[in-house]
Structures are given as structure tokens and as C-alpha cells.
Ligand binder design. Structure first.
Ligand code: FAD
Length: 475
């Protein structure tokens, strides 16, 4: 016997039918369910998103709507503030309960607090579920009940905890009659445009196909190939985990099954290395949860107030964004990002270190640029990755370990395969020439700029700034 005649399921970053705890329980406990997505309203540009991401979101919503129709339901769409729109829907549908999955970000959590309050005001039930992570931040604490600041002990604890199995997909759903569905979001609503196909197919089915491909083709050799940007042998599941077109439980358990059936110890270890990345994701989410101030300042108080260059002086920031720095590995990464909404992890580290340590520009400038372009842009991971590279974050690279873009190329793209893929103007250049700066006054080719800085000299500037700051901070 259902508990409620009508309930609302508020879709957020959980755009799927399978292993969706809030939706699963709403459908089980209510005769009719209103699955609603509330589109945020803004125009033009946004510090945390851009056209590619919004196009991917639109594709995911269109696919979700089709999947809901397939099981007898529909996706209801509204535009505006979540509280106001949900309130109108509660009145209109006379819903007796609201269901949602919790968001790991501070903005999402603040919104949830207002929805709990709204449900209290209306005297209706509010059911919320853990969905975005395998373990929420309060589950993974030190022996003294404190948040971890270092990944390795965090991950040891994380791996030791029991991991919930995925729930089955919702197979049928009844929506109430007489309620306007509204229309699906379109890019034009935000005044945005995206020409051509997105490099990543949207929707739950495509996410599932990516997981299958990763399990069958990549994970057993993940350890040896994950740092090779030309091989592109990682899962590409980041965007799916961000928009919830696949559940992290499903990803983890499919990997665990593959590990159990691995032919060799080496393959098993390789899959474990992949699972460790899921723990990094939750480590950074926990850091953001316990230290929301990282969105405004350096995680490590020792480095607050460090000297950075003025981004308005000169065109270095623009050149970095456009991939015109004269450092082939950096430019290849920045062009991959612009063209595909993705950048390989190794190259994310190189480009981030380059912005902060060679150009001396604040990591927040890079953080925002990445969020605007990465389809997998995830506030916690991105902030964690940027602060790691800048040397200011939780368990960050020590400030003196400054990656040299030339030697990084020698290690990770020695044949220049990745570089040539994204910089066609260098197609005919001998890749050995990508491993060291060109002699002064020369260029790699007529169409490619000379390096805008001297890495060795800028490295010294960075070391000097960190040392001076530390000395000034000592009492
Ligand atoms: C400067 C910088 C910015 C970054 N920004 C983001 C971001 O906005 N969103 C994002 O998901 N990751 C970010 N990362 C981490 C990492 O680069 C991406 O998760 C990874 O490249 C995504 O590709 P994939 O899905 O094929 O990853 P895989 O290697 O297949 O890993 C599987 C999943 O594990 C998680 N993961 C992997 N590496 C990391 C990591 N180092 N930290 C946290 N989670 C990880 C991701 O969810 C990823 O999808 C950033 C790293 C750096 C250095």
C-alpha cells in the first residue's frame, strides 16, 4: 500500500533511472510521482560552466525524458529558483512528499536546507538519500573523528568500509494527470551556442557503454597506460559521474567484479589503481565539505596571501587559454580542452603547474577556465586538482616540486603523438625538438610561437616567492 498519493522527485545531478535511490523510493512509496528538473536561470557567461557543459546537460535531460516516457512517465521541467518552483509544484500537485538525492557541493547543500524548510512549512515529508558518493564525508574520519588532510590514510579507511550495492533500475512510473510538463532546457535559454556534435554522447545508455568499454578494454592495463595522454586509455566517466548518468556504486562494483575475474595479479592491481581514483574523487569532496572556504582561498593557511602576478598585465592568461604559449605539451592540452571539453589528467597537471608556477597567475583563474570548458567539471575535484598543482591544497605537491614541461614531455609524450594530434602546425617537426626549449631566437616552425617564458628562470621566481612568503610568515 503506497504511503503517498503523489510525491515529487527532484532531479539534480542524478540524471538516470538505474541505481537512483531517491527515485527508486519515490516510485515505491507513492502512487504517482512528478519527476522534475529545475533549470537555473542566467544569461551569457557563468564562472562555473559554459556552452559545452550546458549542451551535455541538455542532451542528458532529453535522454532522461525519453527514458521516463519509455517506462510510462515523463520529465517535468521548470525554470527558476528551486524553492519557488518546488513550492508551486507542491501546491499544484498536492504532493505529500519530496524526494531528492544529496548534492556534495556547498551550493547544493544550501539549497537542500531551504527545501527541507519548505517541506516543514507545508507539513509534508522530505526524503533525502546518499547518491553521489560511495561514502559521505562524515563516514570517513580519523580515529579522533576529524577530517583527513592527507589522501593515503583517507583512502585506507575508505577502502575498508562496506560499499552498498546498486539498486535496480526503476521499471515503471505513473505521473499525475493535468500537470503541464514544461519544455526541456535549450542552450538558447542561457544565450549560449555550441556548433557541431559534442565529443561525448550524452545519456544513461552512452554512459553505460563507456563503463562497459572501460571494464572490457582499459582497466586491466590502466596502471601502465593512464599517464600516457596519447593512449587516452582512461575511462572518460568523469562527466557521467558529474551529471549522474551512471552511479559511482555501479562503476566501483563493476570494477571490483573485473578485479575478481582478473587473469593476473598485475591486472588486478591495475583495476585497484582505477578504484583509487574514485577514492581521490571522494577525498576532494570531503575536503570541500569540511573546508568550504577552499572555494575562496588556499586550503593550506601557510600559503594564503602568496604573491601572484596581475592577470591584466600582458596577454599571458589569454595565450594560456588559447594554447599559444610556445610550450607544445601545454598548448596541446589547452587546445584539447577547448575543442573537446576534456583534457588528459597528466596534461591537466602540466597545464595547471605551468599557469601557477611558470606564469605566476592565481590558480583560481585556471580553476574557473577549466570549469567553463570541462564536460566533467566537478567543483571539488577541480578545486582539489588546482590547489594540488599550485602547492596550496590538501595533500598537495610540495611547492618546490615544479614540473618541467619539457621533461614531462620526454617522459609522457616522447614521440610527440599527443602534441601533434592537437597542434597540427607541428605535424612535420621532429618530436625530439619538443623535449627542450628551442635555441634563443628560433621557433619550432613558422606557424608556431616561441616560448613566452623561460621555464628555468620562472621556476626560480616561484621558489623565491614561496620562500619569501614562508619567511615573512614566521614569527
Ligand atoms: C588541475 C586539475 C583539474 C581537474 N579537474 C577535474 C574536474 O573538474 N572534474 C573531475 O572529475 N576531475 C578533475 N580532475 C581530475 C582528473 O584529471 C579527472 O578526473 C580525469 O582526468 C577524468 O578522466 P577520466 O574520467 O577518464 O578518469 P579516470 O582516470 O578513468 O578515473 C575515473 C574517475 O575517477 C575520478 N578521478 C580520477 N582522477 C582523479 C583525481 N586526480 N582527482 C579526483 N578524482 C579523480 C574521476 O571521477 C574520474 O572520472 C582534475 C585534475 C587536475 C590536475
Amino acid at each position: 500500500m503506497p504511503r503517498y498519493a503523489t510525491a515529487i522527485h527532484w532531479f539534480r545531478r542524478d540524471l538516470r533511472l538505474s541505481d537512483n535511490p531517491a527515485l527508486f523510493h519515490a516510485v515505491k512509496e507513492a502512487e504517482a510521482v512528478v519527476p522534475v528538473y529545475i533549470q537555473s536561470v542566467w544569461k551569457g557567461s557563468h564562472a562555473w560552466t559554459g556552452p559545452g557543459r550546458q549542451a551535455f546537460l541538455c542532451g542528458n535531460l532529453a535522454s532522461l525524458a525519453r527514458n521516463l516516457e519509455h517506462i510510462g512517465g515523463a520529465l517535468f521541467c521548470r525554470r527558476g529558483e528551486a524553492r519557488g518552483e518546488l513550492e508551486a509544484l507542491i501546491r499544484e500537485t498536492k504532493a505529500e512528499a519530496v524526494y531528492f538525492n544529496r548534492d556534495p557541493d556547498p551550493y547544493g547543500r544550501a539549497m537542500e536546507a531551504t527545501i527541507r524548510e519548505l517541506c516543514r512549512e507545508y507539513g509534508i515529508a522530505c526524503h533525502e538519500y546518499q547518491e553521489a558518493v560511495l561514502h559521505e564525508p562524515h563516514e570517513v574520519l580519523t580515529g579522533s573523528g576529524l577530517p583527513y588532510k592527507v589522501y593515503t590514510p583517507y583512502s585506507r579507511n575508505w577502502f575498508g568500509l562496506t560499499k552498498t550495492l546498486p539498486l535496480p533500475a526503476v521499471k515503471s512510473l505513473r505521473v499525475p494527470e493535468g500537470i503541464a510538463h514544461g519544455r526541456l532546457p535549450e542552450l538558447a535559454d542561457w544565450g549560449l551556442e555550441w556548433s557541431g556534435e559534442l565529443p561525448l554522447e550524452s545519456g544513461e545508455k552512452a554512459a553505460r557503454a563507456r563503463l562497459k568499454q572501460a571494464v572490457e578494454q582499459s582497466l586491466s592495463r590502466y596502471e601502465e597506460r593512464r599517464n600516457d595522454p596519447a593512449a587516452d586509455a582512461t575511462s572518460h566517466l568523469g562527466a557521467d559521474l558529474r551529471y549522474g548518468t551512471i552511479s559511482v556504486r555501479e562503476v566501483y562494483h563493476r570494477a571490483a567484479e573485473a578485479a575478481a575475474g582478473a587473469a593476473t595479479e598485475r591486472e588486478r592491481k591495475s583495476i585497484f589503481t582505477f578504484q583509487k581514483q574514485l577514492a581521490w574523487r571522494e577525498f576532494f569532496m570531503a575536503v570541500l565539505h569540511h573546508h568550504p572556504e577552499v572555494l575562496e582561498t588556499d586550503f593550506n593557511p601557510d600559503w594564503r596571501g602568496l604573491e601572484w602576478d596581475d592577470p591584466g598585465a600582458g596577454d599571458r592568461l589569454e595565450r594560456w587559454k588559447e594554447g599559444r604559449t610556445g610550450f607544445p605539451i601545454v598548448d596541446a592540452g589547452m587546445r584539447q580542452l577547448r575543442e573537446t571539453g576534456y583534457m588528459h589528467n597528466r596534461v591537466r597537471m602540466i597545464t595547471a603547474m605551468f599557469l601557477t608556477k611558470d606564469l605566476h597567475l592565481h590558480w583560481m583563474l585556471g580553476e574557473s577556465h577549466f570549469m567553463q570548458h570541462l564536460l566533467d567539471g566537478e567543483i571539488a575535484n577541480n578545486n582539489g586538482g588546482w590547489q594540488w598543482s599550485a602547492g596550496t591544497g590538501a595533500d598537495a605537491a610540495p611547492y618546490f616540486r615544479i614540473q618541467n614541461p619539457w621533461t614531462q614531455t620526454a617522459t609522457y609524450d616522447p614521440e610527440g603523438i599527443y602534441i601533434k594530434r592537437w597542434l597540427p602546425e607541428l605535424a612535420k617537426v621532429d618530436p625530439k625538438r619538443f623535449l627542450a626549449p628551442p635555441p634563443p631566437g628560433t621557433r619550432l616552425c613558422a606557424d608556431y610561437v616561441a616560448p613566452i617564458v623561460d621555464h628555468k628562470a620562472e621556476r626560480e621566481v616561484t621558489l623565491e616567492r614561496f620562500k619569501r612568503h614562508r619567511a615573512g610568515g614566521e614569527r
